[in-house]
Ligand binder design. Structure first.
Ligand SMILES: Cc1ncc(C[n+]2csc(CCOP(=O)(O)OP(=O)(O)O)c2C)c(N)n1
Length: 298
């Protein structure tokens, strides 16, 4: 049986990850319709490599989030909580039904990740640019402790404009932190438009290489290639790895794709139904599934 709440790396194959990523997209659209608040576009662009992270790559125990042997994962793009919480719920950190309380005061799933509210969130985030510093520190500490944990940091492409990213990059490259893997959601959009129009980041791979990183470019919705990139990062010695995942903002919902206006708004109920129809379900069906708590005991 493939039990998502099992401790350790799940190592699910790409085919199973594709099915799970579809469910993650249904989850996050449903919780956004329910909350009528939150970030849709980046959540959809992260869904595929996020699923690979949680259901193949990461060594963790969702029932014991403080498990000393765990890998460390951190979303520096804290605004993509719809996908973060969907991944966590499907992996078994908390019941699926909790997703229906996204962004409510009564719930534990706030708009940005808070370590004080949500079990399993190691470090609060939302202020862009800080996550790679956190992760570099954790990776350095693991090396000092001779602990085999790996450290994964998810960043945005707009976030690459933050100076602090490059301070951390310089440190991790200098220290040859090969237990550190960053993933950039390279969807070419940010809150106000095209990244290249606002403050260009090209050539991004060359920049990372100049900071002594192993830079891998990958089609960010191709799960076979994503798994190969994670495997290459794991095999790399003497350098941290950055995976530049070329994605599409709003991926999976035709009228949201490649449109920065979906960065930070939820679908209105009618738009949400159209989105869920494209994903093969309805709000009534999928919210009932979440409220019944089904899914994370497959
Ligand atoms: C330090 C800081 N400045 C500004 C913001 C506001 N903000 C939130 S998301 C965002 C755009 C980020 O772009 P990107 O990393 O490409 O994420 P995406 O739009 O793809 O979700 C901005 C400017 C913030 N959260 N933190």
């Amino acid at each position: 049986m493939l039990e998502p709440h099992r401790a350790g790396r799940l190592l699910w194959p790409a085919e199973r990850l594709r099915e799970t990523a579809l469910e993650i997209r249904r989850d996050l659209i449903t919780l956004l319709i329910q909350a009528q608040s939150g970030h849709t576009g980046g959540s959809l662009s992260v869904a595929d490599f996020g699923t690979a992270l949680f259901f193949h790559e990461l060594n963790l125990d969702p029932r014991d989030p403080a498990w000393p042997d765990r890998d460390f994962w951190h979303f520096s793009i804290g605004h993509v909580t719809p996908v973060i919480y969907s991944l966590m719920a499907e992996r078994g950190y908390f019941p699926l039904t909790d997703l229906m309380q996204f962004r409510t005061f009564a719930g534990h799933l706030q708009g940005h990740p808070s370590r004080h509210d949500t079990v399993g969130i190691e470090v609060s985030s939302g202020s862009l640019g800080q996550g790679l510093s956190v992760c570099s520190g954790v990776a350095m500490a693991a090396r000092i402790d001779r602990h085999p944990r790996r450290v994964y940091c998810v960043m945005g492409d707009g976030e690459q404009q933050e100076g602090q990213v490059w301070e951390a990059a310089m440190f991790a490259g200098h220290r040859r932190l090969d237990n550190l893997c960053a993933v950039v959601d390279y969807n070419r959009k940010q809150i106000d438009g095209d990244v290249e129009d606002i403050c260009g980041i090209r050539p991004l791979a060359d920049k990372w290489r100049a900071f002594r990183w192993n830079a891998i470019e990958v089609e960010g919705h191709d799960l076979d290639r994503i798994l190969a990139a994670f495997a290459a990062a794991r095999a790399c010695r003497g350098q941290p790895t950055v995976i530049l995942a070329h994605t599409v903002m709003g991926k999976g919902v035709s009228f949201m794709e490649d449109d920065h206006r979906w960065h930070g708004k939820p679908p209105r109920p009618a738009e949400g139904e159209r989105a869920l129809a494209e994903l093969g379900t309805t709000f009534a069906e999928w919210s009932a599934r979440l409220l019944a708590g089904r899914g994370n005991a497959r």
